[in-house]
Design a protein around this ligand. Structure first.
Ligand SMILES: [Zn+2]
Length: 462
């Protein structure tokens, strides 16, 4: 069954390429109203292909936004494991258009690369899953395991409906493991498995004082300036020397990283030289006692994202403004909890704010961190699958960014979430001239074929 599927993948490369081009020609830009019909068309196209390859229960499920495409094949029986595989079919807007060498929705091959919006993020990765299932079903009429597919249509808008959707469809999505196919490899030879993502608490802080802007010659010295107070409060959030967050209790729930996992993550981690080159800063900085890669992945952070207030036009104006505002984001790591961190943040600022101003602190958006044990069989099967398709062992990383769906899926399904992908760091995701390295697309299909086979075998037979 596996051999037949692999042979099919190699003999059907042209068809898989054509699927990819057809999907890329549909400008499924979720965030732009003028493309809403295209988003629907992309969903309908995928549903058609899923029916063609023999998946069952193909449905477009309403979400409140663009439909989620769902399909299943549950013929492996109740004793066989079930995998839920996730990818997204929406894409980022293509602007600025003038920076594209060829039009974003006319897929164009140059060398080994296919250029189009969505080529890497995430249409080729979605199709790697779909094509792998097709290679099995069209040769043997069956898959090695039970498979559920979920293709989302608003990932690029931050998945506003996904938590609610997962909660409502918990039974339909039930699985022993989840595969998310939406990331980049370290390079064309080195696959990556992501074993965690950071969470987020995004705060708004507002300090207000006088009811009207005041003349700083008349009242300066007699009232507290809301902006002066605001920057003092913000400065008190972090120790300037150690870069430790000073909010009491902030680190209480941070789960230490085991030595074994630390060694695994360090194997190919961001070096100081790379970080310097990528950022252009005169020197690096960060939490005392941790390396650059730990600071960007396994440790929590606090950043002021913007400060609003007062007079900012050219020239000068001597004013005591009525209020000042700041946006502060904190990246969270397991087991920090966004609501609790928001409360600690708010309590701390209120405890140090002077009685001369009014302080308001709000949680604007929050998401949970998530982590999966690299030793989990579902993760190790992905490592073996990569080895067979790419001839190289993967490196492991914890993602520094936030992907709320990981926690939502883990909570709702109680299943480990494995994050893999076949993009490259220079694919220009979200940017002009996005591309997919075509050899990675074809190896990606083979990786998923191997993954399904491995999950169907007991570990000792891998
Ligand atoms: Zn993506």
């Amino acid at each position: 069954v596996l051999e037949a599927a692999l042979i099919r993948a190699r003999t059907r490369q042209q068809r898989h390429f054509e699927w990819l081009c057809d999907l890329l020609r549909i400008p499924s830009v979720g965030t732009l109203a003028e493309h809403h019909q295209d988003v629907e068309r992309a969903a309908a196209t995928l549903a058609g292909w899923l029916r063609d390859i023999g998946m069952n229960g193909v449905t477009l499920l309403p979400t409140g936004g663009p439909p989620a495409v769902y399909a299943e094949w549950l013929g492996a029986g109740a004793d066989a494991p079930t995998l839920l595989a996730y990818a997204h079919y929406d894409v980022q807007p293509a602007d600025p258009l003038e920076e594209w060498r060829t039009p974003p929705f006319e897929p164009t091959v140059r060398g080994d690369d296919l250029f189009a919006r969505g080529a890497s993020d995430d249409k080729s990765q979605l199709l790697a899953i779909l094509a792998a299932a097709g290679c099995y079903l069209e040769t043997s009429g069956r898959l090695p395991i039970n498979l559920r597919l979920l293709f989302e249509g608003e990932e690029e808008q931050g998945s506003p409906h996904i938590a609610d959707f997962i909660a409502r469809h918990r039974e339909r999505l039930a699985a022993d493991a989840v595969l998310i196919c939406d990331q980049a490899m370290a390079d064309a030879q080195t696959p990556v498995i992501t074993t965690g993502v950071r969470g987020m608490a995004y705060m708004e802080v507002e300090v207000s004082g006088p009811t009207v802007d005041l003349h700083s010659g008349t009242f300066g010295g007699a009232v507290d300036n809301p902006l002066n107070v605001l920057v003092c409060l913000l400065a008190a959030l972090q120790d300037p020397v150690t870069h430790r967050v000073t909010i009491p209790g902030f680190y209480d729930r941070v789960r230490p990283v085991a030595d074994e996992e630390r060694a695994l993550l360090a194997r190919r981690a961001l070096s100081d030289a790379e970080a310097l080159a990528l950022t252009g800063v005169p020197a690096l900085a960060g939490e005392e006692g941790y390396t650059t890669w730990e600071r960007t992945s396994t440790r929590p952070t606090l950043d002021i994202n913007g400060i609003i207030g007062g007079f900012t036009q050219p020239g000068h104006k001597t004013v005591i403004p009525t209020h000042g505002q700041a946006k502060v984001s904190m990246r969270l790591v397991p087991d920090q909890e966004p609501q609790e961190i928001a409360r600690l943040f708010s309590d701390y600022l209120h405890s140090i704010a002077p009685p001369t101003v009014r302080l308001e602190v709000r949680l604007q958006a929050g998401s949970h961190p998530a982590v999966v044990d690299p030793r989990a069989p579902a993760v190790q099967a992905a490592a073996r699958a990569y080895e067979r398709a790419f001839g190289a062992s993967p490196v492991y990383q914890r993602g520094g960014g936030s992907l709320p769906i990981v926690h939502e899926l883990q909570q709702a399904l109680g299943a480990p979430v494995v994050m893999i992908g076949f993009g490259l760091p220079d694919d220009n995701g979200h940017a002009p001239n996005e591309k997919m390295h075509l050899p990675n697309f074809y190896r990606g299909i083979e990786t998923v074929i191997h993954y399904l086979a491995l999950l169907g075998l007991p570990e000792e037979e891998w």
